[in-house]
Design a protein around this ligand. Structure first.
Ligand SMILES: C[S@@+](CC[C@H](N)C(=O)[O-])C[C@H]1O[C@@H](n2cnc3c(N)ncnc32)[C@H](O)[C@@H]1O
Length: 391
């Protein structure tokens, strides 16, 4: 990840602007006063830069929680801050190269907020979870130009590779997302998806809670699939097959087909390797037969506009609050240069918590720079958070 080692840290007179980058305010960790977050806006995206001491040096880098999907924007903001504040650069992995041409031209890479706010409609949608090298996704997209494909990956180099291919092959029916597919599915409207492909998921034999296939994932898949839509799992792992078979069976869902060593029209790198090793490959295909109820409005992530008793709120720092299925942990507290406070939180369902910031002024309180994703676990946590903050 891009970073710059600087000799000593210098602040700006906030708010400040350098070229087309805005620096709105700075927040300092109340327990570690060498750690600062700098609220930055570049090309309409809000995020934090982070400054902290690492081995007697100061490190300026992007904050993991709020980092935008474009590495180019982060690099630009880091260089802008160092130049604007006159911080002496010691070493860095940041250059001021032109933005990667593929990332500039292509808007295929979307944020989770894009899908949460306005899920694409009007065309059949197909989703590939963990597309890896992207061979199957590219093959399907070329073969079906009238269908919109959403490819989801958590491995950034695979996404960058895929963006390149989308440009080279001039595909306009693929969107990509750098996010956990399990959470993404909760946001998808009901009855909209034709196929969900889960090909060769990581078996996670030692950390089964990280597996993509679970009872919740299958139930959500049935909800989002249109009648006659399909969830296709393909795996080379005997363990994963047994686990998935049992999980599908627990749901007592009748419309399931099983195949062993079925040929499909394109083979991924993984599949080629397993075939060379003469491993068995299993498919479990679920056919959806029903229309599901529409997604319920999960409610809002608002907070009431009222006066906040900061002395009381500060006591929450370091505390954890559990509820059925999830928790809220107040991880760190920062104070801004303009006398506001910023909590860093982790909250939501146990298996999929989110990290967030909460900005607190005298009579306003908001998630910053953006609200949590509208998942059931997050909404439940938000309701409990409101209760904690308002006594
Ligand atoms: C073993 S690879 C298979 C890649 C590809 N489907 C193929 O057949 O070659 C599994 C991929 O799933 C991705 N992955 C794992 N968990 C994921 C999740 N929760 N959401 C999205 N992608 C995930 C991994 O990053 C990895 O690239």
């Amino acid at each position: 990840m891009p970073h710059i080692h600087i000799k000593s840290f210098k602040t700006l007179a906030f708010p400040a602007r350098y070229d087309d980058i805005e620096f709105a305010f700075m927040a300092t960790n109340l327990d570690h006063n060498d750690e600062h977050l700098i609220a930055t806006k570049a090309q309409g995206k809000d995020f934090f830069l982070l400054v902290k001491d690492v081995k007697e040096k100061k490190l300026l880098k992007s904050d993991k929680i709020s980092r935008p999907s474009s590495t180019y924007l982060v690099k630009k903001a880091l260089l802008a801050y160092a130049d604007a504040s006159g911080c002496k650069k010691l070493e860095s992995n940041v250059n001021d190269d032109e933005q990667n041409i593929h990332l500039v031209k292509n808007s295929a890479l979307k944020t989770i907020h894009y899908f949460a706010e306005c899920f694409p409609t009007g065309k059949e949608v197909r989703i590939e979870v963990g597309f890896g090298s992207g061979r199957h996704l590219l093959h399907q997209a070329k073969k079906n130009p009238d269908i919109l494909f959403i490819g989801i990956e958590i491995h950034r180099p695979s996404i960058d590779q895929m963006i390149k291919q989308i440009n080279i092959q001039k595909l306009d029916n693929v969107m990509l997302l750098d996010y956990d597919a399990r959470l993404f599915l909760e946001l998808v409207p009901s009855n909209t998806v034709g196929r969900i492909y889960v090909h060769f998921p990581v078996p996670w034999d030692k950390k089964p809670h990280r597996r993509v296939i679970s009872e919740t994932f299958i139930k959500e898949s049935i909800r989002v699939l249109m009648p006659d839509g399909r969830l296709e799992l393909r795996t080379d792992s005997d363990n994963y097959y047994d686990y998935a078979f049992q999980t599908f069976n627990t749901l007592n869902y009748m419309h399931i087909e099983i195949f062993k060593n079925r040929d499909i029209s394109v083979k991924s790198k993984y599949e080629e390797r397993w075939r060379r090793q003469e491993k068995n490959i299993y498919d479990i295909i679920l056919h959806n037969k029903e229309k599901s109820p529409e997604l319920e409005d999960p409610g809002s992530f608002d907070f009431p506009a009222e006066k906040y008793d900061m002395a009381k709120l500060k006591e929450l720092n370091g505390t954890t609050h559990r509820f059925k299925g999830g928790f809220i942990h107040f991880e760190r507290l920062y104070k801004t240069n303009d006398d506001r406070y910023l909590f860093r939180l982790s909250m939501g369902a146990f298996e999929r918590p989110e990290h967030l910031y909460l900005l607190i002024g005298k009579d306003e309180l908001n998630y910053f720079p953006s609200a949590p994703i509208r998942s059931k676990g997050n909404l439940k946590a938000h309701k409990i958070l409101r209760g904690l903050l308002h006594g």
